[in-house]
Ligand binder design. Structure first.
Ligand code: SF4
Ligand code: SF4
Ligand code: SF4
Length: 443
């Protein structure tokens, strides 16, 4: 499928170019986010009746992983409220650039942190504590508040969106999987960029800000680090930015060579498998270990979790691609071939989340009417009883997602293997074994 430029449609272009529609969405999101923090801190401690747990970990998660990431890539980042207060403070404005900007430190993030290792670590921290995070409202409230304040703090010290780019635990995996989405923001004509004076899309101008994600739009080839904030559409004086519809996983045709991104793929794949086993599996002892944070069994659980992610999964993968005759360094082959795990990991998360979300979605109605668990009945649904939804389609939908993910990753493996001149068979076998394990755990 050739690319279809959505910004050719005047309505879409005007909506994206104007700051007001985005601001309206931002304000609604920010109010919802602050309410989720308050609900977590002062609402009922019963997770299944608290807005923070039900709306963040069931409703938002379902929308994010089942719709937003697969179809819109970083679409969530385009409306996410977390970086807003910090960004407004940093800019000294909510809309267009002010005449006089505030004097913050505006430091450049040190080179050693300009990668996604910190995002990998922050995601793993959340993952290791997820059993309490997902069920305890005040912990969710504290984590949401901490993310907001971390983003504010970093905005006053470093330039642009340092939190989003280098620390956000959610942004890391959204970036990884956004490469599979059928939406992209790209320049229209490279030559126009070559001769463009001042590169306002990156450096800013009186009409708009330089890219908040520290990306030069003229060099974009992947979705990973473009937060779809639409600022470059506003700043480009040559109308050289387009939002395109394209085929799925177009970015994966050119595999990454970065180890931080390769390990992100293993972290996400491994976490989905471990969650499926621990949270949905029949082994009560595993679940108890995950829930008893700080106990000796939890430390064993955490050690096993990290060993699977950093040793077992990458180790088996490396054994599969060892080929002493290949002149391309093993590290490069490892990073490039791990691209095949991106669609597989995404579909593992889709399959896992279907179980989790359909089982718990009925809590949304009750929490909507009584978000703090204080006995309110705002919409008459406070007494809606819990019942799993769409149980008859769950297993077929999960099977479809997993088998589809396997076929998708096999095709990606073929392309990546072609780039590093190896056979794709070991990677396909690895994906087949991982999918069989996930099928066994989920079904
Ligand atoms: S990177 Fe994180 S904080 Fe930043 S916009 Fe995306 S989800 Fe929000
Ligand atoms: S402002 Fe527009 S034309 Fe100039 S470098 Fe950026 S995208 Fe290219
Ligand atoms: S300014 Fe453009 S390239 Fe930068 S994050 Fe926003 S939309 Fe993406």
């Amino acid at each position: 499928m050739n690319r279809i430029e959505l910004t050719r449609i005047p309505f879409i272009k005007n909506v994206l170019k104007s700051r007001y529609p985005q601001l309206a969405v931002f304000i609604v999101m920010l109010i919802g986010y602050i309410f989720a923090i308050l609900a977590g801190l002062i609402g009922t401690p019963v997770g299944s009746h608290n807005f923070s747990i039900v709306f963040v970990w069931i409703a938002w998660w379902a929308i994010l992983i089942l719709v937003a990431v697969p179809f819109f890539g970083r679409g969530w980042c385009a409306v996410c409220p977390i970086p807003l207060p910090g960004e407004w403070l940093q800019r000294g404005a909510v809309l267009s650039p002010p005449d006089k900007r505030p004097k913050w430190l505006n430091l450049r993030v040190p080179k050693m942190f300009r990668n996604i290792w910190l995002q990998n670590i922050s995601f793993l921290l959340l993952a290791l504590f997820s059993s309490v995070l997902l069920t305890t409202p005040n912990i969710t409230g504290i984590v949401l508040a901490a993310m907001l304040f971390a983003a504010i703090g970093l905005s006053t010290v470093f330039e642009r969106r340092a939190f989003c780019r280098y620390l956000c635990p959610v942004g890391g995996f959204i970036g990884l999987y956004s490469q599979t989405a059928p939406i992209e923001l790209r320049i229209k004509d490279k030559q126009v960029c070559v001769t463009c004076e001042g590169k306002p899309c990156y450096n800013g101008s009186p009409v708009g800000y330089g890219c908040p994600w520290d990306v030069f739009p003229g060099g974009l080839t992947k979705n990973t680090y473009c937060g779809l904030c639409m600022e470059c559409i506003r700043t480009c004086p040559h109308d050289n930015i387009a939002v395109n519809l394209r085929h799925f996983s177009a970015d994966l045709a050119k595999p990454s060579t970065r180890m931080d991104e390769a390990f992100k793929a293993f972290i996400m794949l491994g976490s989905a498998i471990i969650y499926a086993g621990v949270l949905l599996g029949p082994w009560g002892a595993f679940k108890d270990a995950a829930y008893n944070v700080g106990s000796s069994s939890w430390f064993i659980y955490a050690t096993v979790f990290l060993t699977i992610i950093f040793v077992v999964l990458p180790g088996l993968f490396t054994l599969g691609i060892l080929n002493t005759k290949n002149i391309i360094p093993l590290k490069q082959r490892f990073a490039s071939l791990s691209t095949a795990l991106i669609p597989l990991g995404l579909m593992f998360w889709v399959a896992f989340s279907l179980s989790f979300v359909l089982t718990n979605a009925s809590y949304i109605l009750a929490a909507l009417s009584d978000p703090l668990g204080l006995g309110w009945n705002l919409f008459g649904t406070a007494n809606a009883t819990w019942q799993p939804m769409l149980t008859s389609i769950l297993a077929p939908a999960q099977t479809l997602a997993l088998v589809g993910g396997l076929i998708w990753s096999a095709r990606t493996a073929q392309k990546a293997a072609g780039e590093v001149k190896v056979s794709p068979i070991p990677v396909i076998v690895y994906c087949l074994l991982a999918t069989s394990l996930m099928l066994w755990l989920l079904l």
